[in-house]
Design a protein around this ligand. Structure first.
Ligand code: F0G
Length: 364
């Protein structure tokens, strides 16, 4: 296999004709995308009525989250325009991706993070990839406001999802799903924070539908954490809180785009509590072998909520058509946020290094 072929696997290589790139665009890639769409027999059985549930496992991207899809494009375009530095605000995953792709492009990366609210794995990534890490006294919304201001006056490219190149890259996840299923799903469920991803998926679904690569478009269902749910409550949340720190956001940048996606698709934005998120995270790991970070589990918690008649849900699962294909995006890898799993790790069985004792302890 030639060197060229080895490096020809990222989302720009796969979907070049649908992306704003030319021959002059340098491709900054880590072979992101082409993530598994995993069929879940257990979730399908819970939904019933011959429905099939698939999990789009975005934690298997190079930096462990869906952000890599947008970042390959954002960094490639920034370098094409001559940028020497990029900046982003982040709850952790955007900063990890920006730092990795900036390292790959040999340019400077500055990340603004809410102090004390970043999962350890993500912080470690930003440091290891060599970013300048600034921890502000404030939340993500404050950090994004500062990044916008800095981007207006300084020669530094903003690589948050207010940069349209990010959404262009992220829409490729919809393309992959359509190609793998041979059709768009009936329902697509995903977590919502800054609301870029739901907007990007909708862009992708619309685009492939217009090109007749699919004959339908899915109902989009977004789930916010109950303590950080501005779209659901239709107002800015000044002090957002949730254990799912990735979606601890009170004033999403792509609010209008997300509302449009929800309205056009006949979907909804609903909320899930931290307890529901953690329960879904453990369920997915222990029943399907898929370990995701808490924010990602919001989509699974959302599916469960849709199935529960007593939940006060905004969207009724009775509306899932018989035989529906349902895709849940899980956005980030569980190893990014090991602290959340710590409580679960207390239950080890101490033993002497002795065969007999071990057999007795495990009840063999
Ligand atoms: N899931 C994870 C794991 C995330 O990191 C994010 C956002 C989302 C879901 C929500 O996606 O913002 O497009 O609605 N993380 C951003 C960050 C804010 O800085 O890493 P969204």
């Amino acid at each position: 296999m030639s060197f060229r072929t080895l490096h020809d696997h990222g989302v720009i290589a796969r979907y070049r004709e649908f992306l704003p790139v030319t021959e002059a665009t340098p491709v900054i890639s880590l072979n992101e995308g082409s993530t598994p769409l995993i069929h879940s027999p257990k979730l399908s059985a819970r939904v019933g009525r011959d429905c099939e549930v698939f999990i789009k496992y975005e934690g298997l991207n190079p930096t462990g989250s869906f952000k890599d899809r947008g970042m390959t494009l954002a960094l490639s375009k920034a370098v094409e325009r001559g940028a020497q530095a990029v900046i982003c605000a982040s709850t952790g995953n955007t900063s990890a991706a920006a730092a990795a792709y900036a390292a790959r492009a040999s340019i400077t990366c500055i990340v603004l993070l809410p102090a004390g609210k970043i999962a350890f794995g993500k912080l470690a990534q930003a440091f290891m990839y060599g970013a300048k890490v600034v921890a502000i006294e404030g939340n993500f919304d404050d950090a994004l406001r500062l990044v916008r201001e800095i981007g207006e006056t300084e020669p530094i490219a903003v690589v948050n999802s207010i940069n349209p190149d990010r959404l262009e890259g992220q829409k490729t996840a919809s393309f992959e799903i359509i190609e793998e299923l041979g059709e768009a799903p009936d329902v697509h469920i995903l977590p919502v924070g800054n609301a870029g991803n739901i907007s990007a998926y909708w862009l992708g679904y619309q685009e492939f539908h217009a090109l007749k690569r699919s004959s339908r478009m899915p109902v989009m269902l977004g789930f916010q954490a109950a303590g950080s749910a501005p779209i659901f409550h239709k107002r800015v949340i000044e002090k957002p809180e949730t254990i799912a720190t990735a979606i601890r956001i009170g004033n999403p940048a792509s609010w209008d785009k997300a509302n449009a996606a929800i309205a056009h698709s006949g979907g909804a934005v609903d909320i899930v509590t931290d307890e529901e998120i953690l329960a879904a995270q453990v369920w997915l790991a222990s029943h399907e072998g898929i370990f995701v970070e808490p924010a990602s589990a919001a989509s699974i918690a959302g599916l469960f909520k849709s199935l529960d008649p007593a939940s006060g849900r905004a969207y009724d699962a009775a509306l899932f058509p018989e035989g529906a294909k349902i895709v849940c995006t899980v956005t980030g890898h569980g190893l990014k946020d090991p602290d959340v799993a710590k409580d679960k790790c207390g239950g080890v069985i101490p033993a002497k290094a002795e065969r007999g004792e071990i057999l007795r302890l495990i009840g063999a």
